[in-house]
Ligand binder design. Sequence first.
Ligand code: SF4
Ligand code: SF4
Length: 56
Amino acid sequence: MAYKISDDCISCGACAEGCPVSAISEGDGKYVIDADTCISCGACAGVCPVGAPSED
Ligand code: SF4
Ligand code: SF4
């Protein structure tokens, strides 16, 4: 039930800054969400300029 970041990610970092549980980190070519840490609050989807995060 965690959120996931698609390949549309442009690595702006906005989601990582806004995540309340620091579940997002910079990965290879895009940002990635640690599914075990994510609490599915939806904040990342709200701040992302390209709509990359969505519920898995
Ligand atoms: Fe973090 Fe919330 Fe996005 Fe999960 S849904 S990665 S907890 S901002
Ligand atoms: Fe990628 Fe969107 Fe996060 Fe920016 S806010 S790093 S584009 S997922």
